[in-house]
Design a protein around this ligand. Sequence first.
Ligand code: PLP
Length: 390
Amino acid sequence: MRKRSLDDFHQTRRLPPYVFAQVAEMVKAARAAGRDIIDLSMGSPDMQAAPQVIETLRERVYDEDASRYSDSRGILPLRQACADYYDQRFGVALNPDTQVVATLGSKNAFANLAFAITAPGDLICCPNPSYPIHMFGFVMAGGSVRHLPAEPSEEVFRAAERTIRFSVPKPIALILNYPSNPTTITAEIGFYEEAVRFAKKHDLFLLSDLAYAEVYEGTPPPSLLQVEGAMDISVEFTSASKSFNMAGWRMGFAVGNEDLIAALTRVKSYLDYGSFGPIQQACTVALQDWQSITDDVRAHYRSRRRALHKAAEEAGWHIPRSETTMFAWTPLPKGETDSLAFCRRMVAEAGVALSPGVGFGEGGEGHVRIALVADEARLAEAAQRVGRAL
Ligand SMILES: Cc1ncc(COP(=O)(O)O)c(C=O)c1O
């Protein structure tokens, strides 16, 4: 049989190479050559999960049934803890049996829901730039994507309205992600109210990615489900990855409309058996202690954000202030237009790895994303190195 390339397979043909992998390759090569690289390219938290969470995992791993398959939709105490969190944090009441499902991270949840609700050729409206799974979850499910502006303004609805008017078939869903990765912009409740009105009028589902619910300064970001009637048409995704520094543990949640949650639960029941049981038990503890854990996470990112901005300002590298997510999102310095070329140059000349904006879609070109995944001193050093290279 002849050797096949990724272009020979129906699915992989539609998935362009991850742009971020190209920066990662450069980092690997530079480190192998003995260079000190400050890697701020991936949103992978470098801090530890809380001690009580780790301790719970350690204790429960010895349980007699720990190594058995768990429950695909998540054990009841975990779903209950997620419902309690929504009640305490957003004032949103959820039935843990019908409106909550625990997932293997929110990325996986998003892709599985896309798979559950998409027929070949279905259309969805997605912000651009956006976190790649928002588009490619639907592309992998056979759908097509129309772009929306990433900023939560009236322009989102005008663009969606144009898509609805001029597309056959009409879109089935609108994707929201605030606070946004990569732009760090957040939405106010008024925008969500408008989104619910718009979606009901046009018979659209709303899929809200709230992965950065707990990483903010100032006013806590709202949940779409706080809007009256949102539950009729919406699913919201949250994650232990960033809220609790548990990215590698692979725990996320989808909550909201019962019919959509049932569809996701059915698909998941064919694909997985849920996360490792002791991880679910440990995540239950994280959700029960969410206030103290997230206070600590926020304090760290606040201090890191300050250190980065101060050092960048002193080094002559202007980075707009952000108050949410674990990222800074900044236009390329004057004279630069190609975000991937800029990131390559920064690895080569400054020993700093950043994410090229184009990796988040064409709307991200002209920007880079900086992940706050190093301590204050390393972030300041990264800013100084970039400043010197500029
Ligand atoms: C907006 C957004 N959604 C989802 C995810 C993935 O989260 P999880 O680890 O829960 O799959 C990320 C990770 O960076 C993200 O930025």
